[in-house]
Design a protein around this ligand. Structure first.
Ligand SMILES: [Zn+2]
Ligand SMILES: [Zn+2]
Length: 274
């Protein structure tokens, strides 16, 4: 059974309104033993957007300390963050330095590295797709993921590897693993060599996709290449989304031959039976 949700957001994230206490109380109700809160921190998020995806880190750690006290003995709360990795050459060095300093200054248990912005655009909005087709968009995506993994040293697990597919124009189900297999192999091998991991992010199912992130062929390939570090996260932005489809995730992982999933404390991996 999966009793740890390692990708969750609260109102400290610009796109969530959930008080941390409500998320924690729901996690306790669901019987989770560990909850890692990983609010969004996207340094230099493009200014043309309304949301900024940054927050007051000191206030966040203070609130976490209050919650650890309030819910002591009921659930283990882990300090996480989801960093937005940028690959554009004009912002990458600044972001890498900023995140390195952030990771050194604060006692995070777990840091997710994710790509949310490409070519200074958030692909959530149609503008990204106005000048590129699906294949070109996806190609640029996997290139950005690879650059992010090569260039940033502050994270333990790469988040929602094929997240872009959520926003693909047209029939999103047409994205085929085989079209990107070589690129994905490079990415998976890099993570394994670096001693870092991948996450199974169940939000794909919540978004109505036929697969979670990343799709099962990628998880299977990761395992085939020797990948062992695999965290599981719902990417919940509201209490009712916590631990979404974790039973389905467990079945999927077992069917692919995984026997363990991973949690992190003080940025070190621990393996729990599925
Ligand atoms: Zn994300
Ligand atoms: Zn997230």
């Amino acid at each position: 059974m999966i009793t740890a949700d390692f990708h969750t957001h609260t109102a400290f994230s610009s796109d969530s309104e959930a008080a941390p206490e409500l998320m924690i109380e729901q996690a306790i109700r669901l019987g989770l033993k560990m909850l890692c809160i990983t609010d969004h921190y996207d340094h230099l998020f493009p200014e043309q957007y309304e949301l900024s995806f940054v927050f007051d880190m000191d206030a966040w750690f203070d609130r976490l300390a209050e919650c650890r006290e309030k819910y002591r003995g009921q659930i283990k709360l882990l300090a996480g963050v989801e960093l937005g990795l940028r690959d554009e050459p004009d912002v990458l060095p600044q972001c890498a330095d900023f995140y390195r300093a952030l990771a050194a200054r604060y006692p995070f248990d777990f840091i997710i590295g994710s790509t949310h912005v490409l070519a200074h655009l958030d692909p959530y909005y149609p503008e990204y797709w106005e000048t590129r087709g699906a294949a070109e968009g996806m190609d640029a995506w996997f290139a950005a993921v690879e650059t992010g993994i090569r260039s940033y040293d502050s994270f333990q697990v790469y988040g929602h590897l094929d997240y872009l597919v959520r926003y693909l124009p047209g029939d999103r189900k047409n994205y085929r693993f085989s079209d990107y297999a070589d690129r994905i192999d490079v990415i998976l091998r890099l993570l394994i060599e670096q001693g870092r991991g991948l996450e199974l992010n169940t939000a794909g199912w919540r978004y109505g996709l036929p697969f979670a992130h990343p799709r099962p062929e990628i998880l299977a390939r990761y395992r085939e290449l020797g990948g062992e570090i695999l965290t599981i996260g719902s990417d919940a932005h509201a209490p009712e989304q916590l631990a979404h489809a974790f039973d389905r995730a467990r079945e999927l992982l077992l069917s692919l031959g995984f026997r363990y999933y991973t949690v992190f404390r003080e940025r070190r991996p621990e393996f729990l039976p599925l």
